[in-house]
Design a protein around this ligand. Structure first.
Ligand code: SF4
Ligand code: SF4
Ligand code: SF4
Length: 282
């Protein structure tokens, strides 16, 4: 198998995994964020934080992210997969009509990524102040969840509908639009530390002069640095590793593993499924 065939196989493997999780566990994202809401509301009410499905899922996803990076975001989140699907459809249409949708520069895009921390802060304030009921019907995730289960959200969800449609439009303009700029769960994941052996490492001194292939390919405009403490915005999609002509990006600093090997992806997949099934059984 030549390099191109290997890359195609890896891309297909990722797409299959994404589709499986989209169909099998579409609620992981909403469960985890409900865990955040539960913790804040319990603290606000002065009640004890007890074990429940949302809290367990939140801990499971955060724990997995600390151990193995944002595998969940790259492979298993239904909202992330929805974004990839919308972007792929938009790219296909743009090619057909030979027109390219505009977007901001990478630098501006990286600044816009801070918006998701504001979204997280606003949501936390809503929970802390007990305004949750006042904002009923504004959640785009609830709209998505209802549509997924075949229910059409009624007029009470008008605001949620509008936000959801705007997000879908954004997904057509920029790859991982919601993940990069708006996702409150993504804001939490980006702040979590990742263990060194799961962080990507790029030896810039060994790069082809002026090459930026990996950065151009990255769906979240991430620039891999050496000796970084956490993976931050990196969603571990491994597209940068696939595209590097010098095979110059590695997992950890050992240079033995690149991170895009099929066996590593499948190993993470098995572990992730195990963690999810265990968390759901508690
Ligand atoms: S950033 Fe948010 S929406 Fe995107 S994949 Fe991660 S959890 Fe899902
Ligand atoms: S392309 Fe590379 S740096 Fe960018 S998100 Fe994917 S794995 Fe991370
Ligand atoms: S694609 Fe490879 S050679 Fe090019 S900048 Fe990235 S790591 Fe360096």
């Amino acid at each position: 198998m030549n390099l191109r065939q290997k890359r195609d196989l890896r891309r297909l493997t990722r797409q299959i995994i994404q589709i499986i999780f989209f169909l099998w566990m579409p609620a992981l994202y909403t469960s985890a964020f409900s865990g955040v809401r539960y913790v804040i509301e319990q603290i606000r009410a002065g009640k004890p934080i007890e074990q429940n499905a949302f809290l367990v899922m939140l801990i499971a996803l955060c724990g997995f992210t600390i151990l193995f990076g944002r595998f969940f975001c790259g492979y298993a989140c239904a909202f992330g997969t929805l974004g990839d699907g919308m972007y792929a459809l938009s790219q296909w249409i743009q090619k057909k009509v030979k027109k390219k949708l505009p977007w901001v520069s990478e630098e501006t895009g990286r600044k816009l990524q801070k918006m998701k921390y504001i979204v997280l802060l606003v949501l936390m304030l809503i929970y802390v102040l007990g305004f949750t009921k006042k904002f009923h019907g504004t959640s785009p995730w609830e709209v998505f969840s209802m549509l997924y289960t075949g229910k059409i959200p009624d007029a009470a969800y008008l605001a949620g509908w509008i936000i959801f449609v705007l997000i879908l439009v954004g997904m057509c303009f920029k790859e991982r639009f919601f993940c990069q700029y708006l996702c409150p769960m993504g804001a939490i994941f980006a702040w979590l530390p990742t263990l060194p052996f799961s962080v990507l490492d790029r030896d810039r001194s060994n790069c082809i002069p002026k090459c930026r292939a990996c950065e151009i390919k990255c769906p979240v405009d991430y620039q891999i640095k050496r000796d970084q403490k956490n993976g931050g915005e990196c969603i571990h999609c491994m597209q940068c590793v696939d595209v590097c002509p010098k095979q110059n990006i590695h997992l950890g600093s050992g240079k033995k593993l690149k991170g895009n090997e099929i066996f590593i992806i499948l190993l993470k997949l098995v572990l992730f499924i195990g963690v999810c099934i265990f968390a759901q059984s508690l």
